[in-house]
Design a protein around this ligand. Structure first.
Ligand code: MLT
Length: 409
């Protein structure tokens, strides 16, 4: 008799974004004709830039001509793209060999799958709040105990609280962890870890022979030149860190699908041989995944060209202007807002002691604006609320006007 992986039953209430969608649809059904402003999911809205679109077109043309047609590509992804990424890292001050880069169809699958190459009894530490994929993928893999509704956490996991007083950057765990998930610029808080803070984690990882899974999907949103854009800027990271990144938010590829991971050959785990982690990830990817689309990879190459970088950084500037509009608007209403300066997410303290979901409902019912409840990202997110800066300018302005005119504070 077939039986399900029973760990799925431990997952709480369903994935956060479908729940938001459900409440939004219910509101729309009860209020037909009301315009809803969506600042919930971090989904890109602006068209691909001209140079990047030409790169994708070039990908299609190559597939349509006998001389340039390709089927399955190189195991780790298009060599030219990995070489371009290696040069991109060099421009950030990090030395990464193209052979250490794995092209994928996005950061989310990599963030969910990477845990599978580590031992089933690994102790996992998460930032709290965190992007739900890190926690859920480890629950599904059976690394947690049961969900505790009162504490809103899973037994067996180490939660690293991100608190207001420490700028939402956590300290390394007091106990010994084997795998540590870090995301900077952070989704959901918009906080960015500085060199010193990353160094503390690297020191911890080296001391405990732990591995850091560093999600840098929002690195291109950093405007402060003093902040690290890759963990590999920090000495010692090549011994203990894997970095995951994506073209989604960087170049508007949320629907195109393209990302990459860096697994250094110098990363060694307890009882492991040199480069074994790298080989394991190669084995995992070549067993379960047949590579990113040839077309998308040509688009990625165009993103990394000087013209592509200039255009995509302009696009990021557009979203960051949205972010400034949202932040200023909320602050003018007397609300406390964090983030949004080196990240496309704003982290708002819910007013009047409302819970995150209470504020979600109020914002939707009164101002017709959808955001994301902070508690959906972990217990320390309770009492906070995330707004995303992805959106058309006119919609962002309308949303802010609606909040200013309709939200009862
Ligand atoms: C978010 O809203 O947190 C992101 O859109 C999620 C994602 O990129 O998968």
């Amino acid at each position: 008799m077939a039986r399900l992986n029973h760990h799925y039953r431990k997952l709480t209430a369903g994935y956060l974004f479908p729940e938001i969608e459900r409440r939004m649809k219910a509101f729309q059904k009860d209020n037909p004709g009301t315009q809803i402003h969506r600042l919930g999911i971090g989904n890109t809205t602006e068209p691909l830039t001209p140079g990047v679109a030409r790169g994708l077109e070039e990908g299609v043309k190559r597939l349509a001509a006998a001389e340039t047609y390709t089927g399955y590509g190189d195991e780790q992804g298009l060599t030219e793209l990995r070489e371009a990424l290696s040069r991109y890292y060099e421009s950030l001050g990090a030395k990464i060999d193209p052979g250490e880069i794995f092209i994928s169809d996005g950061a989310k699958p990599d963030a969910g799958n990477i845990q599978s190459i580590f031992s089933a009894d690994s102790v996992i530490a998460f930032q709290d709040p965190a992007y739900p994929v890190y926690v859920d993928s480890n629950v599904i893999a059976g690394r947690s105990g049961s969900y505790d509704g009162e504490r809103d956490n899973y037994s067996g996991f180490l939660y690293m609280p991100c608190r207001e007083e420490s700028g939402f950057i956590p300290a390394p765990p007091a106990q010994k962890a084997d795998l540590i998930y870090l995301c900077s610029p952070n989704n959901p808080t918009g906080a960015v870890a500085g060199h010193r803070q990353l160094r503390e984690f690297i020191d911890y990882a080296r001391r405990h022979k732990a591995v850091i899974i560093f999600d840098a999907a929002y690195a291109e949103f950093i405007t402060d030149p003093g902040l690290p854009r890759t963990i590999f800027e920090i000495e010692g990271a090549r011994e203990c860190a894997i970095e995951i990144n994506s073209f989604s938010k960087f170049a508007g590829f949320t629907g195109v699908r393209l990302g990459w991971s860096v697994v250094p050959k110098t990363l060694v785990v307890e009882g492991g041989e040199p480069a074994e982690v790298h080989r394991c990830w190669l084995r995992r990817q070549t067993t379960f995944f047949n590579g990113a689309s040839n077309i998308a990879q040509r688009g990625g190459l165009a993103v990394l060209s000087p013209e592509g970088l200039r255009e995509c950084r302009e696009l990021i500037g557009y979203y960051m202007e949205n972010s400034r509009i949202i932040k200023r608007g909320l602050q003018e209403l007397g609300l406390t807002v964090y983030g949004g300066e080196n990240a496309p997410y704003l982290w708002l303290k819910t007013p009047g002691g409302l819970t995150s979901w209470e504020f979600f409902d109020r914002l939707l019912q009164e101002a017709h604006v959808v955001g994301t409840p902070g508690s959906g990202f972990g217990p320390s997110g309770e009492g906070y609320f995330r707004l995303s800066a992805f959106g058309h300018r006119a919609d962002i302005e309308k949303a802010m006007e609606s909040i200013a005119n309709r939200l009862i504070l």
